[in-house]
Write a protein of this length. Sequence first.
Length: 558
Amino acid sequence: MTTPVQPGNFIEGIIMEDLKSGKHKRVVTRFPPEPNGYLHIGHAKSVCLNFGLAEKFNGTCHLRFDDTDPEKEEIEYVEAIKRDVKWLGFDWGENLYHAADYFEQLYEYAIELIENGKAYVDDLSAEEIREYRGTLTEPGQDSPYRNRSVEENLDLFRRMRAGEFPDGSRVLRAKIDMASPNMNMRDPVLYRIKRASHYRTGDEWCIYPMYDFTHPISDALEGITHSICTLEFEDHRPLYDWVLENVSVPCQPQQIEFARLNFSYTITSKRKLLQLVERGYVTGWDDPRVPTIAGVRRRGYTPEAIRDLCERVGVAKKNSLVDMAMLEHCVREDLNRRAPRAMGVLRPLRVVIENYPEGQVEELEAVNNPEDPSMGTRKVPFSRVIYIEQEDFMEDPPKRYRRLAPGREVRLRYGYVIKCEDVIKDGEGNIVELHCTYDPETLGGSTPDGRKVRGIIHWVSAAHAIQAEVRLYDRLFTLENPAEVEDFFEYVNPNSLEVLTECKVEPSLAAAAPGSFYQFERQGYFCVDIVDSKPGNLVFNRTVALRDTWAKIQRRQG
């Protein structure tokens, strides 16, 4: 096998050295989510990294569910995670694993630790264990049950499995060092009694192994060469190595940590995201405001954009906060090339073109995507009554206003120049309709007398418009880093969603399929909602606005 000459990041450098030295002949990585929630976009970096490394070095990447806590895990999460990984563009093939399938082997390894004097059954309560553990500045104290004999520990542990003791009454702990400066090494709990039905093993077990015991052994049983995880597991690495060194596993994988992907104005903790769902701040795990992969997929983000972001961010050893505008920039760049254009009026204002013949309809030619001529053109109907955006008319405009105003002209996108002649208001003084005239000699972008018309606005023919609901999304939080505060609910943005129910879109969108995306000209990129949109009831989510703040930031910095 030929490996790259230069590594793209420090992890690739480690792998290259391992291959060069002969430590490993083949690379095996894994993506090991706990099925206790939906994946978020921070997980996307780990997915792309683990599967990407396997692809780059002609190796294998496993998808393994570290399912050791039956009270929090559900088959719904398992299926959602599988769906998300595939959506991102990766396939585990035959390499799908579950830690639950190793429960018998894990139990035998726990017996091995007991037999070697490396583990003991402890009768302290959870609160007492915390008290005995000490603090960051004070060493812990030995449990009064720490020196039980091997025989007694074996007997008690087997009886724990047999269900003789109540939940929480006993645990199995590793016997390491209660004075260790690393709190994770102060006799960590390996097993607890928990009578809960497991989605995979049912009621077969009433004791369940802890993550820090299960994870390294699962890696070893699968022949993982490089166990790549985020920085919060760096302090757990000594325990990872201790477990592997003290049981007779077939190999000893290497744990390597990298910086996780954190975004501004959002949170990526599954526990906190679940609280947002349960308390009704969002409609579910796939709410387009939620930074889950399911949520951003429903909003219209593309897997190509997310993989592009992960590539741009790179692999680092220090955590940082990524500006959400950077992700939006990647989405815009991808959709700008691929999204067909359409016209949609979000807040309609009725316009009657008085000198246009009643009953006449013209088919005007519109470009589907100026970035890709191969996408061709489409026909857009034009008639006497149209809708324009309310914000594209101003009764008393400022000096440099280039849209429609009384006595002023503006060009309709792909159409004619119109002039506002009269403003119709209701009894409360609200503008409800404009009366305009059009210049029939201005189709095609020119004017017969050479006059300049600077403003161009979009529109939809009223007789042919399709009614649609449009959902506009803003940041979920008003605080840049809500993960740093205890009461993050206080900073939930009350204006994170605006629903517009009277929108008008061009008739070419009548059969728009759920999940398809478009650029509404002058408005942004929109996706047909994959949950609520049905034939005859179009629902669009605004994926991202046209304004690209990240590109501006980059230009200023450059």
